[in-house]
Design a protein around this ligand. Structure first.
Ligand SMILES: C[S@@+](CC[C@H](N)C(=O)[O-])C[C@H]1O[C@@H](n2cnc3c(N)ncnc32)[C@H](O)[C@@H]1O
Length: 272
């Protein structure tokens, strides 16, 4: 089911930004609004991704990484450096291993186990697939670190207010419509403690591409350009305070960026 928030997709936003894109079947779109009108018509946007994970994703590291399990250590190594560097920023309070983190689209808890558990005392997990979330208890196997586990979608989750030092969102926002993504970020923003940070780690389009998005029809996912992502962050009233490209992946992979986001000063996001 597409949520009601997606029904009005596309209307507010991009300022003067041009947003050409295409889908995995080679269809070109002049703008992302045109694409949303088309893609949301049958009401199957979220259903397709949900079924894809239910039918195709083994509850293993290789499974949640779509067959690229060999990237796990490379991914974690650079994320670790990212968090260490970020913790040096005077405006964020991270890295003391006292705080609480929310791992969004957590799968089996790969990021929690290999990364977040090293930086936070408690990690809560949000994941829409019950089978993968169930596996996280055995996979993470760190009972003192594992906090609450929420089987809920990112388009519906409402993080507890003023609760988290960090909300980590990796390889999942491709499944959200733009409007649901903005609203998710706004709710995450309210879930942050003073000095907290939202981290988005995601595939992006090549910087040389003239496109701003590509839709994969197989699982209803959307790879966005860096510019489109930044437009969405701004809509949600968030500033990018630190941002690093993944540099250790094989060259045939899509570029991956990690963004640290904090509430903008004098925030004028859509919900305000
Ligand atoms: C590519 S996996 C990444 C898992 C984990 N973040 C990692 O890096 O190991 C994407 C995960 O997001 C979940 N997911 C997909 N759509 C979602 C949604 N709308 N809300 C919450 N989780 C979702 C999938 O079930 C899957 O576990």
């Amino acid at each position: 089911m597409v949520t009601d928030t997606a029904a009005g997709e596309g209307s507010k936003l991009h300022g003067s930004m041009e947003t050409p894109g295409e889908d995995s079947e080679g269809r070109a779109y002049a703008s992302i609004d045109d694409m949303w009108k088309e893609e949301l018509r049958d009401g199957l946007w979220y259903k397709k991704a949900h079924e894809w994970y239910e039918d195709n994703c083994p509850s293993t590291v290789d499974g949640v990484l779509g067959g690229f399990g060999s990237l796990d250590q490379l991914d974690v190594a650079q994320s670790c450096t990212f968090l260490i560097e970020l913790s040096r920023n005077d405006n964020v309070s991270l890295g003391k291993k006292t705080g609480r983190c929310l791992d969004c689209g957590a799968g089996i808890g790969r990021v929690t186990k290999h990364l977040l558990s090293k930086f936070f005392k408690t990690c809560d997990l949000v994941e829409s697939n019950q089978r993968l979330l169930d596996k996280s208890v055995e996979f993470v196997a760190l009972p003192t670190v594992m906090g609450e586990r929420f089987c809920v979608t990112l388009q519906d989750i409402v993080p507890t207010q003023n609760h988290y030092e960090c909300i980590w969102v990796q390889w999942v926002i491709i499944y959200l419509t733009d409007n649901d993504f903005v609203r998710f970020l706004e709710r995450c923003k309210r879930g942050l403690k003073q000095g907290g940070v939202i981290v988005i780690k995601e595939n992006i389009l090549n910087f040389s591409s003239k496109l701003t998005f590509i839709v994969d029809k197989a699982d209803s996912s959307l790879t966005r350009s860096d510019a489109l992502l930044r437009n969405i962050f701004a809509r949600a009233g968030l500033n990018v305070i630190y941002c690093v490209p993944q540099t250790n992946f094989p060259p045939e992979m899509l570029p991956v960026m990690t963004y640290a986001l904090v509430p903008a000063e004098g925030d004028t996001s859509e919900s305000q």
